[in-house]
Structure formats: structure tokens, C-alpha cells
Design a protein around this ligand. Sequence first.
Ligand code: ADP
Ligand code: MG
Ligand code: ZN
Length: 477
Amino acid sequence: MEYETIVGLEVHAELNTKTKIYCSCRNAFGLEVNTQICPICTGMPGTLPTLNEKVVEYAVKMGHATNCSINNVCKQDRKNYFYPDLPKAYQISQADIPLCEHGYVDIMLDGEEKRIGITRIHIEEDAGKMLHNDAFQGSLVDFNRCGVPLIEIVSEPDMRSSAEAKAYLETLKSILQYIDISDCKMEQGSIRCDVNVSVRPKGSTEFGKRVEMKNVNSFSGAMRAIDYESNRQIEALERGEEIFQETRRWDDMKGMNFVLRSKEDAQDYRYFPEPDLTTIYIPLEKVEELKKTIPELPNAKIKRYVKELGLSQTDAELIAENLPRCGLFDECVSIGGVSPKNISNWILADVSKYMNETGKDISESNLTAEKLVKIINLIEDGKISNNSGKIIFDEIMKNNADIDTVISEKGLAQISDDSALEKIVNEVLAANEKSVNDYRGGKTNALGFLVGQCMKASKGQANPAKCKELVLKYLNG
Ligand code: ADP
Ligand code: MG
Ligand code: ZN
């Protein structure tokens, strides 16, 4: 029997607001444990939360960017459970009325577009962090993360493979980066996801029982977890066993998952309206105003790069997936006068190589769009060779050199001027009569030698294409 894998994802993204969701403590990662805390975020009795307006704005932006409808009147609810990293013993979240719902994102996989439904996006607070300590075989808790604002983005069970899930995660990540509401640092846990997997016989229209996996820490880990779980379920079904709705813990090192608990239901949490906070009300003008702040998103960019600027799908994706890269690309294109394809080649090769090697961002380097366009322009016009372009690029990156100065100091100007080149070609060919006769006698590989001699005579400064053209003209003339 053939099976189909069904995947739905719950993605948590930490918002990069300055302060926490219900108090004025700093929202920052990596500070001394238990220093970014106050009576509110540590749940002291008698304290009251105040909702950070920015959190609502950021979540609405994400709703707009994922084509959701916005519930401009909504509420917050308590989700009750005990865990040592949750000092209040409840998490403020949203239950029946999320801020955003009924949206979608389009993902690209192997050149094909697929639409993935977004069920809902709601705001909630993060919990603290347990630090397991082998030294005394116990755990310590850091409350700095308590009250860090999160959005939870719940997808429809629309994905059919681990590859689709990864493409979806990457799409969400680049949207979050484009609208600048999250740091998206996987290694710091600023994006985390719960993975829901079920399988069913191919052709069946009913869903199987789903298993939810926790502790998935990377996009590649999500793929491994999905493939493992889907195989586990198929093997169990083949053995005639039943699949239980349960929560399992993914162990990426072992490449396996383990039962945590049977799946809890919403009623287990005793959700009820948060009595310490009032209804959220966002004026419709504000909702519209936030919509206007959404920039051109990655998908639209990729399509435009391919359709209007003639980039390949792969190059367009590589440029668009990285915000600084596509910022530089867009700026160069708007300066204009050079081919977008050449801009893209430079950014994906030399510029990216430099950024990778130095770990620097484009904005921290000496490179500007103007300088890059100027280099490309000089090459396109045959004023310098491609190689000289690379030398100039290095000089800019290392010493913030002036382009014209590098050209004159290093003698990089290419001879493209016809009369100057003609003079060199005439002299070289007159001095190489034998090769000229060889060529005319049918030994066409003499051409390469003659062009080489002309390049040498020009000390490498002749434009090779022009040079070849003139040599051929001489030989055939
Ligand atoms: P819970 O809080 O119980 O985890 P949510 O509604 O937050 O429930 O999330 C449910 C997630 O499970 C969604 O992402 C949804 O797409 C996914 N899901 C639901 N049914 C299935 C299924 N049969 N197979 C795979 N994923 C599913
Ligand atoms: Mg869940
Ligand atoms: Zn606080």
C-alpha cells in the first residue's frame, strides 16, 4: 500500500520588540540569568499586566503579510498549566479569537508554487528557560525569557512532505525578516516549531490520527523529524497497529522520537478570558496603516526578478532570500545602466564570498550600490577587464579605494580604442608572418596564438574580444 504524509506546523516566533509583552523589562537574549525580570513577569501576586502595543502591531503586520483577516476586536485568555519555567502557572495567550486568521502563504518547491493555508496567528507570552545542570543533577531556571512576546502561526495540514515543510518554514522566515519583526535566529530559539504528522493511504480523503512532535530546533531537524515519524507510522500501520494521538519528543542527535504524553486537549488547559486585561481594540484606520508598511515580499520579488529582469529562478531565489543582498540588488537596479544579470552575478559571487569570509554585513563594508554599478559599467563598456574589476573590488573592500585611482595606479585601463588597438595588431601580425600564413593556409589554431601575442604586446590591457575581432579582420582582409 502507498501512503501519503500530512504535515501541519505550529511556528512560534519571538518578536524583536524592545520590551516584553506585559512589563517594561528588556526583551534581549543572552544576558546574565534572572537580571531582566520584575514582579510582573515573575508572576508576583497583586501585579497587573499592561499589553505592549508594539506586540499587537507586529502581529497585525504578520497577518497582513500572510493574507489573513484581522480581528481588530479580540481578547486574551489564560492557558493554565504547571511547569517550573512558568511562575504564574498560566500563560497569557489567545484561545477562541486570535488576532489574525484565514490566511495563506505560497511556497516554491522545484519551480512549482503551492498554497499553504494559515489557520491563525495569535499573540502570547514566552515561558522561562530550564537549564539542566549535570553538576548537581538538577535544573535551574532562568526567568529572563518569561514574558518575551511571541506570535504563534498555525498552518492548515496542507503540507505533503518534509521538503514542503522546509520550504514553508523558509518562506515564513524570510517574511518575518522582510517585515523586520523577529531576529529569526534559530540557534537562539527565536523561531521554534511543533511538527504535526499523520499518514493515510494514498487516495484517502480522511486524515489519520496526528502525532505532535516537540523540541524541533532547526529546519533540517524538522525534515528529519517528519521523515522519521512518517516512516514510524507507516511501519506501525503495516504491522496492523493503531496510531494514537500523542505528543512525542524529537531527539535530533539520536534521530528518533519518544512518547512524552498522550495528546492534551484544549479543555485540559481550562482556558478562560484573562481578567486582568481589557479587550484588544484596534481602530480600522490603524489596521490599514499597518498594511501600508508591508514591503514587497519575497515571492513577489522572485517573480519580478524572473519576469521583468531576466534572472534565473535559482538566482532570483538566492538574491531574494537574503535581505541585505536583495537590498543591494534593488538599489543597483534602480541606479540602472547595467544588466541586472551582471549585478546578480556579482552579488552572488564576489559580494557573497566577501560577506561569508568576513562575516560582515554589506552595510558594514565599504561597498555601496554606486560603486558596484560603476565597476560593472566599466566592464560592460570594455574599459576594464573582468579580472581588473575583481582587483578593484578587493581594493574597495580592503582599503576603501577610489575606483579611478586604482585604475590609473595599477594601469588597469583596457585598450578598447580601435585606433590604438589596430596599431598593436598591425605591428604584431607584421612581425609574425609565419603564423599569419599558417592561418591563411588553413591552420586555424594560429588565431589563438596571434591574439595571445597581441594581448602580450598590450601588456594585457587590450580588450580581448576587440583584439580578436581586429586580428580576424586583418587575417581575412
Ligand atoms: P494543538 O494546540 O492541539 O496543537 P492547534 O490547532 O494549535 O492544536 O494545532 C494543530 C496543528 O496540527 C495544525 O498545524 C494543523 O495543521 C495540524 N494538524 C491537524 N490535523 C492534522 C493531521 N491529521 N495531520 C497532520 N497535521 C494535522
Ligand atoms: Mg500544539
Ligand atoms: Zn518584567
